[in-house]
Design a protein around this ligand. Structure first.
Ligand SMILES: [Zn+2]
Length: 127
């Protein structure tokens, strides 16, 4: 029973990362065309720890997602952004691992996410 449940979660997770990877490919294809270039040699991504992306899953789907695209031979750099929240009650800025983390100073659950939800293509090197 539990084996089946785990399998379903994993499959769902990889589906999500595959759609993220394909979104990145789309951006790279568009930008390469705009720059009148042929392919991408380096792609820099910015991904926050609270963006809901599993890095292992992204690595797993990447080769299949970029095959026969401008990104096929591109080096990939990921700038990982830590999760940062600011307490709505005492203004303390603190590192958060999960959305439900509360303020370490006053224990409040009222907070704003100020960093960690990033999911974007920062830069491309094209030739
Ligand atoms: Zn607080």
């Amino acid at each position: 029973m539990s084996y089946v449940a785990l399998y379903q979660h994993l499959k769902f997770s990889i589906m999500h990362e595959l759609s993220v990877a394909m979104g990145i490919v789309k951006i790279a294809e568009d930008e390469t065309k705009k720059a009148k270039a042929k392919k991408v040699t380096l792609i820099e991504l910015e991904i926050g720890k609270l963006a809901g992306v599993e890095f292992e899953s992204l690595d797993f789907v990447w080769p299949a997602a970029v095959k026969n695209t401008v990104l096929e031979d591109a080096e990939r750099k990921i700038d990982v952004k830590e999760g940062l929240g600011q307490c709505g009650d005492c203004d303390t800025v603190f590192e958060i691992q999960h959305f439900y983390d509360s303020c370490p100073k006053c224990g409040s659950n009222l907070k704003g996410i100020i960093q960690g939800k990033e999911l974007r293509v920062k830069a491309l090197e094209v030739i």
